[in-house]
Design a binder for this molecule. Structure first.
Ligand SMILES: [Zn+2]
Length: 440
């Protein structure tokens, strides 16, 4: 009888007596392990108490712990405005308290929590995850998490200017960085079309033409991004354009038709309207490739006279690549095909928009291998060399324009051309490196 009494007393002491039973860390296996995270960093509870059911809920075992070291110091977690993401465990009630510099930012049920865009500052966060006591046999208790972190101020918007001394036919490239989301910058300059295209998080890129006919001198570029404005100056240097007297057999019927008023009327109806169009995103990446194998027979910008008539000089706005009829013509860079049709003056014609109004024009093709509206990958065949339209022999007339201003195609084939130089200034090296990698 005595023995039974002692066994009963031991059982009572073990299960019913809070604090009598000395538990160990292993006993926490009886408690849940809530998964709580801030910006994907898992937190450990700073305080916890749990009443774990034993023997089908006949008894509950009380566990509690306090671990000051689990108050996580997360340090900087991002830059303002930062949407704070929380991962909270299922099956718990949550209460979130967020203080910035000691002042409450949020205090309430997590159900009301929506990612708040945090401004810069030092924050303290406390999260309670609890299961209330019920009449049932389930466990109950709470877990409390604490952490501190900082949100860094957003870096100031900055304009990166590439080369600012450019020859006629080159391109002025600019890059804006640290631009807040939802803000589309724009540029204004008499140099020509200047369309910013998105270029990675918070970054924008613009390629501005220095046309072949741009008078040497100084030109301002004004950039507006929200309430921030920037200015830079481009110095245009002369390019030594060659002159050429072209001998054309005007008695040929084909040449007469290609050179007729009707041919020029059709050209004016079809080609110049393209000058004002642009895609708001940039399709091209990396250095432009030469679109056809062959010999450069007429340089970009050549000042041309026809049959010795020196009273009427005409600009050759592209470069001519002489090659046998049927030589493949490739897209020099990625873009959208905006024209693929036969015109009287330019013959079989393909035009590719590379983004931001930068376009490639391919004239006199023997064949067209591109469809209007489709995308052309860099290196995709878009046609073949021919002599259709106003042409005296098989060659590719390759012209590049930004807006209406012709630029020098051969400069685009050089990795150090102005087009690829939208970096500089005292900007952080990481961004420049990211930009360089994008270009490769
Ligand atoms: Zn030509």
């Amino acid at each position: 009888m005595k023995r039974i009494f002692f066994i009963a007393l031991a059982v009572v002491c073990c299960f019913a007596g809070y604090g009598i039973y000395s538990y160990t860390v292993a006993d926490w296996r009886l408690a849940p392990d809530p998964q709580t995270a801030v910006m994907e960093t898992r937190l450990e509870p700073a305080e916890a108490e749990w009443h774990a059911p034993l023997l089908k809920g006949l008894f509950r075992k009380a566990l509690s712990r306090r671990d000051a070291a689990s108050e996580a110091a997360l340090g900087p977690i991002g830059t303002a405005p930062l949407p704070l993401s929380l991962a909270l465990p299922q099956g718990f009630e949550h209460r979130v308290r967020l203080l910035r510099e000691g002042e409450p930012v949020f205090d309430g049920q997590a159900a009301a929590w929506e990612p708040i865009a945090l401004e810069a500052g030092a924050y303290a966060l406390e999260i309670d995850c609890s299961v209330p006591e019920t009449n049932g046999t389930a466990g109950y208790g709470s877990f409390r998490y604490r952490c501190t972190f900082t949100v860094e101020p957003a870096p100031e918007p900055a304009l990166l200017t590439g080369r600012t001394e450019l020859r006629q036919g080159d391109v002025a490239a600019l890059r804006l960085v640290h631009i807040p989301p939802g803000l589309a910058p724009h540029a204004e300059t008499e140099l020509g079309m200047a369309i910013f295209t998105p270029d990675g998080p918070g970054a924008w890129y613009v390629a501005i033409p220095v046309g072949n006919a741009q008078n040497p001198g100084q030109y301002g570029i004004r950039v507006q991004a929200g309430d921030r404005s920037f200015e830079t100056t481009i110095t245009v240097l002369p390019f030594d354009f060659v002159e050429q007297n072209l001998i054309v057999d005007t008695s040929s019927a084909a040449i007469s038709e290609a050179n007729s008023p009707a041919a020029y009327r059709e050209y004016r109806e079809k080609i110049p309207p393209l000058f004002d169009t642009y895609d708001a995103e940039r399709h091209w990446h990396g250095v432009f490739a030469v679109p056809a194998d062959g010999r450069v027979s007429t340089e970009f910008g050549t000042i041309r006279y026809t049959n010795g008539d020196y009273s009427r000089p005409r600009r050759h706005n592209g470069m001519d690549i002489a090659a046998p009829e049927g030589t493949p013509v490739f897209a020099p860079n990625a873009g959208r095909v905006v024209m693929a049709e036969r015109l009287l003056n330019t013959g079989n014609t393909v035009v590719i928009e590379h983004g931001g109004g930068l376009k490639s024009y391919f004239f006199h093709l023997s064949r067209i291998d591109a469809a209007p509206g489709g995308m052309a990958e860099k290196g995709a065949q878009i046609g073949a060399v021919g002599s259709t339209g106003y042409s005296t022999g098989p060659h590719l007339h390759y012209e590049v324009r930004i807006g209406n201003r012709p630029i020098n195609p051969s400069m685009l084939f050089e990795a150090d051309a102005g087009l690829y130089c939208a970096e500089g200034g005292e900007e952080d090296a990481q961004l420049r490196e990211a930009f360089r990698r994008r270009e490769e």
